[in-house]
Design a protein around this ligand. Structure first.
Ligand SMILES: NC(=O)c1ccc[n+]([C@@H]2O[C@H](COP(=O)([O-])OP(=O)(O)OC[C@H]3O[C@@H](n4cnc5c(N)ncnc54)[C@H](OP(=O)(O)O)[C@@H]3O)[C@@H](O)[C@H]2O)c1
Length: 239
């Protein structure tokens, strides 16, 4: 296992849901954190008890490539290293095989946030992750990136792509100690699932459990790489 001390981890979408749970867990474990959100004030508020010496708050909007570059540059300016990237920010919109309306824009938005931004951040951070010798990338994909459950296809397409990105990152960075995991949970109890009726909130995966899994993935040795990790809250097609 690799110690948290002195290691710098970037987390996107850290202001709420799974990202906030990850930020809290990693902070408690002693990592230095470079956290990002679209709304800096919201992120400042939820991390106000954190010691500012060990964290950096950044603006990151998946649609604005300048914020990708600025986030990475700010992180290097403050900490002079990057040991991990958690691509957590994501959106879900309804795009089905037989939609009557043209909803290409919704599909484009999901590609941008769920796939293109994680790819961009991976490219920008890889030189530093390689330098670390123990670089870690965790893409919060989804069970929807491993199985298709009906005609709703848009989100699933982007999450399958996020799994593909994870494998390419793992293979590309392997020789320099970079390890990458596609984390694939089923329903997680966050704002994203508040309309879901098929599973009760109390039976969904807890963000805190996912955060604990992320901490473990970051701390595992280079010789214990987990390429994909499926987390079920009910019996499923895959698991
Ligand atoms: N909840 C589930 O059941 C579930 C299951 C499997 C996988 N996932 C994945 O887990 C990740 C986190 O989801 P969650 O459940 O925590 O959802 P959430 O509570 O809705 O949080 C989504 C996060 O993504 C951020 N975000 C959205 N659009 C963004 C953009 N354009 N640029 C930067 N950040 C943006 C949000 O920021 P704002 O606050 O500014 O909107 C928020 O921080 C996502 O990738 C999601 O697909 C979720």
């Amino acid at each position: 296992m690799i110690s948290a001390v002195g290691r710098v981890i970037m987390v996107s979408g850290a202001n709420r849901g799974i990202g906030l749970a990850i930020a809290k867990n990693l902070y408690k474990a002693g990592f230095s954190l470079s956290l990002s959100a679209r709304n800096i004030d919201a992120l400042e508020l939820v991390t106000k008890s954190f010691d500012k010496k060990n964290i950096l708050i950044n603006r990151f909007d998946a649609f604005d490539k300048n914020t990708h570059k600025e986030w990475v540059a700010n992180t290097i300016n403050k900490f002079n290293r990057i040991d991990g990237l958690i691509n957590n920010a994501g959106i879900v919109e309804s795009v089905s095989v037989e939609d009557e309306e043209d909803n290409e824009e919704a599909l484009d938005r999901m590609w941008s946030v769920n796939v293109k931004a994680p790819l961009s951040l991976t490219r920008l951070t890889l030189p530093f992750l390689r330098k670390s010798g123990y670089g870690r990338v965790i893409n919060v994909a989804s069970l929807a990136g491993k199985a298709v459950y009906g005609p709703s296809v848009g989100y699933s397409m982007t999450k399958f792509a996020a799994v593909a990105l994870s494998h390419a990152t793992r293979l590309g960075g392997w020789e320099d100690g970079v390890r990458c995991t596609a984390l694939c949970p089923g329903y997680v109890a966050t704002d994203m699932t508040k309309e879901v009726e098929s599973v009760k909130v109390e039976n969904m995966v807890s963000p805190d459990d996912l955060a604990e899994i992320v901490r473990t993935l970051i701390c595992l040795s280079n010789s214990a790489s987990i390429a994909e990790l499926i987390v079920n809250c009910k019996p499923d097609l895959v698991g």
